[in-house]
Design a binder for this molecule. Structure first.
Ligand code: AMP
Ligand code: GLY
Length: 425
């Protein structure tokens, strides 16, 4: 098979690494990719926003499957535009990607199908949103409706913070994404990420993870795209997975089909596991990053077989096997992240740090005069497996400490909840 992978982050490096291991693969291209992905794939400098150019490339190179990593192109309709040219795609249509592209759309779907989630209101102006916030009181959660690169959510612990967040949305801080706002009830419990592969009809559970969204040790500081993750998530017991499928994912699949927008691709449910069971915080319509890195390290089966089954509507006849090991990723970020990261500092020792159950996935890297340099906020994902989360954690940090990059930083406590649980046993 000839495959084109779209994207350039740690998620896409992990996908490229796993796709490259498939006996079905004859040729892997990646656009735009990064130097790590370049070890697994031929990099092509396509403008991925130009869907006509991507389709032309696929036709010329006889691509059998396009795998879309990030949400931006999906929400922009790349899957529809490629399918219109008879090109097979793993990823949802524009209409189905609204599950990530519009928080209000997803909340309305939850209301219609009685899917457990936070109570909410949708607002298009400051006055009515402000009145609702004052009526509900704090703590309360303010979300820009559209895609805001993970920055559109404020968990406000008091009214002043909530009103300031509303001001920011309606001031245009998030552009068009903030023109509409969702205000939500504050949920409590333990968060987990739950993934399904979907083919429009069937959703196949595809692993669990926990992410560390906050910048600093002890889960404090600003929100980021994710500073580390581990899999599996201990709160996602087989019973909790069954309930999540029945109460959240299956009604969503039914609802999307009834709307004429059947969902195919990766459905990533951000969950709050509350005393009364799983509640949906949000959907993403792609793999999480860094969650994808830990999932790919644990996946025993051939990823291409699974992606083909999803693209062809064959998931009802498919199963997934996982290694009986934990995996953990520590993100190394460039100084300045999540604000403006410093670019261009030289990173040494990456190749030597990998090996023996440790993979180092590239995110924001580049090659400059033959040297590997930082070229983004999140730069490397140091990922290790182990018999326990604790063992995976030790191996990940041992590898990370062999990397010579003074301008990089990381959290030192990724996996702490799971490690504490293991030690208490
Ligand atoms: P999101 O971008 O929707 O995943 O939100 C970012 C983070 O904000 C989530 O991972 C949660 O930690 C938090 N969050 C979002 N919605 C809620 C909610 N309704 N109640 C409590 N925390 C929330
Ligand atoms: N790590 C969270 C996300 O990819 O959305």
């Amino acid at each position: 098979m000839r495959v084109l992978l779209i994207g350039s982050g740690g998620r896409e490096h992990a996908l490229a690494w796993k796709i490259a291991a498939s006996p079905l693969l004859t040729r892997l291209y990646a656009a735009p990719g990064n130097p790590g992905i370049g070890r697994e794939a031929e990099l092509v400098s396509l403008d991925i926003a130009d869907h006509t150019a991507v389709a032309r490339f696929c036709t010329e190179k006889k691509i059998d499957l396009v795998v879309v990593g990030p949400e931006g192109p999906l929400v922009a309709g790349i899957a529809d535009d490629l399918r219109a040219e008879n090109i097979r795609v793993f990823g949802p249509s524009r209409a189905a990607a609204r599950l990530e592209g519009s928080k209000g759309f997803t909340k309305d779907l939850c209301a219609k199908y009685a899917i457990p989630t936070a109570a909410y209101g949708r607002f298009g102006d400051l006055a009515s949103a402000g009145a609702y916030v004052e009526k509900m009181g704090a703590p309360i959660v303010i979300k820009a409706d559209g895609l805001a690169a993970g920055k559109g959510v404020t968990v406000a612990m008091n009214l002043a913070e909530a009103l300031a967040a509303l001001d920011a949305c309606f001031d245009g801080s998030f552009g068009q994404a903030g023109a509409e706002v969702v205000v939500e009830e504050f949920l409590t419990g333990e968060e987990a990420s739950f993934f399904c592969l979907c083919d429009g009809v069937t959703a196949l559970p595809f692993g669990t993870a926990q992410d560390h969204k906050r910048l600093s040790d002890g889960d404090v500081g600003p929100n980021t795209g994710g500073m580390g993750a581990y899999s599996p998530a201990p709160v996602m017991t087989p019973e909790m997975i069954d309930r999540t499928m029945r109460e959240i994912v299956e009604p969503t699949m039914r609802g999307m089909a009834e709307l004429g927008a059947p969902f195919s691709g990766v459905l990533f449910a951000g969950l709050m596991i509350s005393d009364s069971g799983p509640k949906l915080i949000e959907y993403n319509t792609r793999f999480g990053d860094p969650e994808c890195q830990v999932l790919m390290m644990r996946l025993k089966d051939d990823l291409l077989v699974l992606l083909n089954a999803a693209a062809d509507g064959q998931l009802a006849h498919t199963s997934v096997r996982w290694r009986n090991e934990a995996a953990l990723t520590v993100v190394m970020a460039a100084r300045g992240y999540p604000g403006t990261p410093e670019k261009g500092s030289v990173i040494r020792g990456v190749e030597q740090a990998a090996g023996d159950g440790v993979e180092i996935f590239h995110a924001g890297t580049a090659i400059d005069s033959g040297a590997l340099v930082a070229n983004g906020g999140r730069v490397l994902g140091v990922t290790a497996t182990g018999g326990t989360v604790g063992e995976a954690q030790r191996r990940a940090y041992a590898a990370l400490d062999r990397i010579d990059w003074p301008q990089g930083f990381c959290r030192r406590d990724i996996g702490w909840q799971a490690v504490a649980r293991e030690q208490a046993r």
